[in-house]
Design a protein. Sequence first.
Length: 155
Amino acid sequence: MNTERKYSVIQIFSLLFLLIILIIEITGCNKISQGEQRRKFEYLYKMNNYATLFREYTGILNYEKDFDMYKKRMNKLYMDVDAVKIIPGYQPSTVLKTKFLTAIDDNLMIIQNYEHKPGADTISIHNDYEIKIMNENVTIFLDNLNDEISKVGKE
């Protein structure tokens, strides 16, 4: 009788374990820890980290003397973003990377054009139209990135 009881307890635990595994598989709870969604999030959060740097570097432009440091940082950031591998079969990874690199290029072009304008190095440029456009480029990219993060989170 004691052996039968041990056998039935083992059966109950085995069935319970299999039932839990089955529920996890059916609900998809393990999808985020393995597979495509995890890779998407890793990619998106890596891009988000770089986008945060992009926002910070662009947001601190106050004087023309800041341009040289900004250009160095943007060139380094461009190389870092360009080195990020896209996810095969995940079209938004290609689109976001292209938009990010384009936004960096656009901001560098604005700086290059702005440098040829006459003006004193001591005058604050933080509220100038060109600098506002650069900050808007950053905001537009961040909005696109956050939209994609939300989409992946709902998958």
